[in-house]
Design a protein around this ligand. Structure first.
Ligand SMILES: [Zn+2]
Length: 68
């Protein structure tokens, strides 16, 4: 079992929380949802970073970008 500690207060994060994907913050310091950055290629040398607030949308985008 992995033991993780909150990056804010250094308290141990509940193992169940870690399993759910919250590996950096405890209950007190968690944000509502994980932010995912997506780097999308724009025109020619332009690169855009999209920050996706909705984890489900982010997951879908990551899956889509894995196709290439
Ligand atoms: Zn904390």
């Amino acid at each position: 079992m992995e033991i993780k500690f909150c990056k804010v207060c250094q308290k141990q994060i509940h193992p169940l929380r870690v399993k759910m994907g919250y590996q950096t913050t405890c209950v007190d310091h968690s944000t509502a949802s994980k932010y995912t950055g997506i780097v999308a290629a724009g025109s020619k040398n332009d690169f855009e970073v999209h920050v996706i607030k909705d984890p489900e949308v982010a997951k879908q985008l990551v899956e889509l970008s894995n196709i290439y």
